[in-house]
Write a protein of this length. Structure first.
Length: 179
């Protein structure tokens, strides 16, 4: 049996889980999320925790069992605590600015890049070089952070670019002059 799929999901106070027509809805104090779960995976809610079960041991059922459990657990965490990603911008003249639901990034191009912040996410910029993305949906937080990082990934010679907070960039030695 799947080790991940077997683990029960504790349901905190104020969180409700509903299943209908292949979709699971999780409501909590911060947000309400929904995700599609395969029909063959069943959800039982009892004693303040949710357990997911599969009908057989086929390869597909085993894979979907762990996936469905991870999705539901992430939704429960998202509606209670939320998720966040931190980005750091490094380079001379590189900066970011937040205006309403837009993020404006200057990273060495001839023009600033405007990015629309997706629904349900909030972006905070500190000191023009630290970008914090928060939201209830783990997938959308991670995807938006990856989209921002993809504008100017860190380069290995000087380390300029956009990186995740705490990300290690392996540095290369530049050219050496002729002797």
């Amino acid at each position: 049996m799947s080790r991940i799929g077997r683990k029960p999901i504790p349901i905190p106070e104020g969180v409700t889980i509903d299943r209908s027509k292949g979709e699971v809805r999780v409501k909590g104090p911060k947000a309400s999320l929904a995700a599609r779960i395969p029909e063959r995976i069943s959800i039982e809610i009892a004693d303040g925790e949710a357990r997911l079960a599969r009908p057989d041991d086929s390869t597909d059922s085993r894979a979907f069992h762990g996936l469905a459990r991870a999705l539901v657990a992430n939704m429960v965490t998202g509606v209670t605590k939320g998720f966040s990603k931190e980005l750091e911008i490094e380079g001379v003249g590189y900066r970011a600015e937040s205006r309403g639901q837009k993020l404006i990034v200057n990273v060495g191009f001839s023009h600033p890049i405007e990015m629309q912040v997706p629904e349900g996410l909030s972006v905070k910029v500190e000191a023009n070089t630290k970008v914090s993305i928060t939201g209830a949906d783990k997938q959308s937080v991670g995807q938006f952070a990856a989209d921002i990082r993809a504008l100017r990934p860190p380069e290995p010679y000087k380390g300029k670019g956009i990186r995740y907070a705490g990300e290690y960039i392996r540095r290369k030695v530049g050219k050496t002059g002729a002797a």
